[in-house]
Design a protein. Structure first.
Length: 525
């Protein structure tokens, strides 16, 4: 037998090779989709990043209701890697590698090397199924890194009773929140977990839990203060607070009231898709670990419930809203893997091992279905994303007709066209969902958009004849479109149109046109 040091070295080397294999598989699986078109949200981040590099300030110069991390991350990616779609997607894939590494470290601290490998491999599969072809760069995808590191710091705070770790966990929760507001659910987890771990102490647990949470809140507040100070120095603090914190409340609340809970829950089944096994077995692992005592991080089930609520509450059942659930689910799988090596009968351990294998049937079926599709035929669900796949063609036509730096205006929610054309918007409002919804602030935004069209009179206006690009509530378009169409018909002429199947034809009179490019008439012409 070798020395203990040599055996430890072999063990660590094996761990490293396993992790490298998982990371390599993640990179290779996403590589064929590095040139995939941007969806609308990704177009927002790319365009705002582009404008940051040009000197603009988010919120003040470009309206958006999300918190700012993704904007500056995309600006950094464009500055260092380049502006091509493949550059942006390589950046997103590299970011995913960091996230998988953070989850590996978190799972290893609680469930050992086997649990860490299971968690990392499962996360890699879920991230591909949910965000490997489209949605490669959602704010939830970026938030996962901060969530994993925040939970890891919180665990270290619990193990060591060191307030510095609790403060670090709070600061990481702050970073999660500055990536997407739903990251605030991590603070809820901290509060409930602090009580859950001390549940046997009764009321005596309140004092220690409160002190631990106070340190986390201090770290969170410090991070928030730093972000506020940054925007204050840029003259954009008021706009940041208004857009990212005041408007978002009305935006989410009204969408929730306008939608039906039953519809949201039914749609969840479609969102889970190939990963139903990971959801079921991961939830079982969380429930199993919640019943354990000792050093097990049994409060992870709270994290799962917190992000279920965060996904359902916004009212619209979008796939990326559910992505943060991947973290608690893979931690549940890690805890289940630990059971395979723990005490118990051989049959019991074999049953747990089989349970860990079953979730992989879905991702394997997904991978085989992609292999059967030719390069010229995108996956079925991608076809439903039209007209997003034509953004590059339209952007090229606009770029050919305009001068660098010349503002254009898009009547629709296709910010990726601004980015791909590399032309600034003639308005702050680069997507119309906030202007055409049932929100208290929507009327003022509608007035701002129409005013920008009439007063700035951009030479080129792109009209998107697709309801899904204009609004989440088609019945409300009547309060928005008439003054815009009146201005276009009076002052502009259609220069080019792009027809396509499946057009919603929400405006009438334009046949099957998905896009119409309008040119400003010459004075007197």
């Amino acid at each position: 037998m070798g020395s203990p040091e040599r055996m430890l070295l072999r063990s660590r080397l094996t761990e490293g090779l396993v992790l490298c294999a998982i990371l390599a598989a993640f990179w290779l699986a996403r590589w064929p989709y590095r040139d995939m078109f941007l969806i609308r949200d990704e177009g927002e981040y790319a365009y705002i990043g582009q404008r940051i590099l040009a000197g603009d300030i988010p919120y003040r110069d470009v309206y958006n209701q999300k918190t700012p991390f993704a904007f500056y991350a995309f600006a950094a990616a464009q500055a260092t890697l380049g502006p091509a779609l493949s550059d942006l997607h390589r950046f997103c894939t590299g970011y995913g590698l960091l996230t998988i590494g953070a989850v590996y470290a978190l799972a290893r601290s609680a469930a050992g090397p086997l649990g860490a490998a299971v968690a990392a491999a499962s996360l890699a599969a879920i991230l591909f199924d949910q965000a490997g072809i489209v949605h490669q760069a959602s704010t939830e995808y970026f938030m996962l890194l901060w969530l994993a590191l925040g939970v890891l710091a919180w665990k270290k705070a619990a193990d060591s009773a060191a307030p510095g770790w609790a403060a670090a966990a709070g600061a990481l929760a702050g970073l999660a929140c500055q990536t997407k507001q739903s990251g605030m659910a991590l603070l809820l987890f901290f509060a409930l977990d602090a009580l859950w771990r001390r549940r046997s102490q009764g009321r005596a647990a309140l004092g220690p839990a409160a002190r631990e949470l106070a340190w986390a809140l201090a770290g969170f507040a410090a991070l928030f203060a730093a972000v506020a100070a940054f925007f204050a120095a840029q003259g954009s603090l008021g706009a940041y607070v208004e857009c990212a914190w005041l408007h978002i409340g009305g935006y989410v609340g009204e969408r929730y009231r306008e939608s039906q809970l039953a519809d949201r829950l039914l749609e969840t089944g479609r969102i889970i898709g190939w990963d139903a096994g990971f959801w079921a077995v991961g939830a079982f692992g969380l429930a199993l670990s919640a019943r354990r005592t000792g050093g097990a991080p049994s409060g992870w089930w709270i994290l799962g419930l917190a992000f279920v609520a965060a996904a359902i509450f916004p009212g619209m059942p979008y796939r990326h809203y559910f992505l943060p659930l991947a973290l608690p689910l893979v931690l549940g799988l890690a805890m289940l893997a630990q059971e395979c090596l723990g005490p118990g009968t051989r049959v019991r351990r074999a049953a747990f091992g089989l349970a860990l294998l079953l979730p992989w049937l879905g991702p394997l079926a997904n991978g085989l279905s992609l292999l059967r599709i030719g390069e010229d035929a995108p996956p079925v669900f991608v076809r439903f994303l039209r007209p997003l796949d034509r953004a590059g063609v339209v952007a090229d036509a606009i770029a050919a007709r305009t001068e660098p730096g010349e503002p254009i205006l898009i009547v629709g929610s296709e910010p990726q066209i601004y980015y791909l054309a590399n032309r600034p918007a003639a308005t702050r409002l680069i997507h119309l969902y906030t202007t055409t919804g049932p929100y208290s602030f929507a009327p003022s935004l509608r007035l701002e958009f129409v005013r920008d069209l009439r007063e700035k009179r951009p030479r080129w206006v792109l009209l998107v004849n697709v309801a899904s690009s204009l609004t989440e509530f088609p019945e409300r378009l009547g309060s928005f479109l008439p003054p815009i169409l009146q201005t276009l018909r009076a002052d502009y002429v259609v220069e080019q149109r792009w027809d396509g199947p499946g057009t919603d034809m929400v405006m009438g009179g334009y046949g099957r046109a998905e896009f119409l490019l309008w040119r400003l008439r010459k004075e007197g012409g």
